[in-house]
Write a protein that binds this ligand. Structure first.
Ligand SMILES: [Zn+2]
Ligand SMILES: [Zn+2]
Length: 470
């Protein structure tokens, strides 16, 4: 989870692409399973009707939302397929190497190549800045105008250190002493700096990144994930996040991290968007400008895209290895059992989304039931935010083993499509299972858990209202 010690945006702490969408109903009550025969191999399936019906024997309907239509045979489609196959092979090879206790090979060369690209990115910005200043100081009036334009461009494309968040969702140390206290204990156990800022948001995720010239550690906790985790699983989550500060992932480092984000920003700026097409008047001129800009910027955008892909290729193995290391650190801090609980919950990303949507629909229908004069059930007397969290927790806790198994197998099937920041979840679990079980170095006490819950109470209400508003 979480993401590079990156200056600008935090990378997701989880690999949501692992999570499979399900048609799970919001109801947490397990419905009686109805045995039925697999239409493919005739094996008996004990399906829970709240979830996708699938066959563990032959994997019929493992990904119910996938279409049978073959992907169109285009050059881009073929290139994507090759890229996915290569990513799958790399993920599998890394797992086998780590499982066998072999250290990564070739990592130093890849890191040097990535650092050279990052240096070229920063030198480009520095050279433009020097050129703009030189034009401004030594040029005539037109050249000074050009120099001013170049410096404006430099401001636009400069590497960014990011800014620590403020305002909504941010908890100060005075407001959340218990949460900061727990985070501090985890950070101290791992030998890294404590969080400068903790904020909560609406994602089923968590992340850590470093902001500003003071390099403050910003910890972001998605309340939907935090609320459905067990108490000790939350310690493992903090362990994984703070593990990102000490797991040696160069992608999160200042030099490479700022270069990757600058490149992504440049690519975003260069992508042709056709802004001028809707302009009224001078349509021909705008269209001509649009065409020329499209050709020029399109070429730049394609080049930047290739450089970004190359950087990803050079750093993905080391980055995924660092993620496995962060899992090891999470295990040391929170225990093997808590790490396993965390990873299994991360597989439920889409299940949580579906459940939240249905809880929202159900809670929105409550006023109508009240207007009809029906006596509200005891459950209907709870406030909507309170009911939202309660039902989300109950639903995820009621996911049956067969659905967990489907999500695991699906993670294996899609491992080539997973975002490259995190290894596929089933491999993370498999590596965890191969290591000896360890107890927690940091234990959350019941009193601490209650204090943290009280500190987060206003945010639970706010986040639930946001999610209920859809
Ligand atoms: Zn991570
Ligand atoms: Zn079957």
């Amino acid at each position: 989870m979480s993401i590079p010690a990156v200056p600008t945006a935090a990378e997701p702490a989880t690999a949501p692409a692992d999570a499979a969408p399900t048609d799970a109903a919001a109801s947490a009550a397990p419905t009686a399973s109805a045995p039925q025969a697999c239409p493919c191999c005739a094996a008996t399936i004990d399906a829970d009707p709240r979830f996708a019906v699938w066959c563990p024997a032959c994997e019929w309907n493992l990904t119910p939302e996938a279409t049978d239509a073959p992907a169109p045979k285009t050059r881009r489609g073929a290139a994507d397929a090759r890229r996915r196959a290569a990513a799958t092979a790399r993920a599998d090879q890394l797992f086998e190497d780590l499982a066998a206790g072999r250290t990564a090979t070739g990592g130093q060369r890849a890191w040097l190549a990535a650092a050279a690209i990052a240096t070229a990115v920063h030198l480009t910005t520095a050279a433009l800045c020097a050129w703009g200043l030189w034009l401004l100081v030594t040029g005539n009036t037109p050249l000074r105008c050009l120099g001013a334009l170049v410096l404006a461009l430099v401001v636009l494309i400069r590497p960014r250190l990011g800014r620590a968040p403020r305002g909504e969702g941010v908890l100060t140390r005075a407001e959340a002493p218990a949460l900061y206290g727990l985070a501090d204990r985890v950070a101290a156990e791992l030998g890294t700096r404590p969080a400068g800022v903790i904020q909560v948001d609406t994602d089923f995720n968590a992340s850590v990144w470093v902001a500003g010239p003071r390099r403050q550690t910003v910890l972001t906790l998605g309340l939907p994930l935090w609320e459905v985790l067990g108490e000790q699983d939350r310690v493992a989550l903090l362990g994984h996040e703070f593990g990102h500060r000490v797991n040696g992932d160069h992608r999160r480092g200042l030099w490479l991290g700022t270069a990757i984000h600058a490149l992504a920003h440049w690519h975003d700026l260069a992508r042709p968007r056709g802004h001028y097409r809707d302009a009224v008047g001078l349509r021909m001129l705008f269209q001509l400008t649009d065409l020329l800009l499209g050709v020029l910027l399109g070429g730049v955008a394609r080049l930047l895209c290739r450089v970004l892909l190359l950087l990803d290729r050079l750093t993905s193995r080391a980055g995924q290895q660092a993620e496995y290391h962060a899992d090891t650190l999470a295990t040391r801090v929170g225990s093997t059992e808590a790490s396993r609980g965390l990873l299994r919950t991360l597989l439920l990303h889409r299940t949580a989304e579906t459940a939240a949507t249905r809880v929202r629909a159900e809670l929105h229908s409550r006023p109508r039931a009240a207007r009809r004069g029906r006596t509200p059930d005891p459950a209907e007397r709870t406030s909507a935010p309170e009911a939202f969290w309660e039902r989300l927790r109950d639903h995820l806790a009621s996911v049956p083993p067969l659905e967990h198994e489907r999500l695991l197998r699906r993670s294996a099937l899609e491992r080539g499509a997973v975002d490259t920041t995190h290894p596929p979840t089933h491999l993370r679990l498999a590596l965890l299972d191969r290591a000896p079980a360890v107890p927690a170095a940091v234990a959350m006490t019941p009193a601490e858990a209650a204090a943290i819950a009280a500190e987060l109470a206003p945010h639970r209400v706010r986040v639930a209202r946001t999610l209920l508003a859809g």
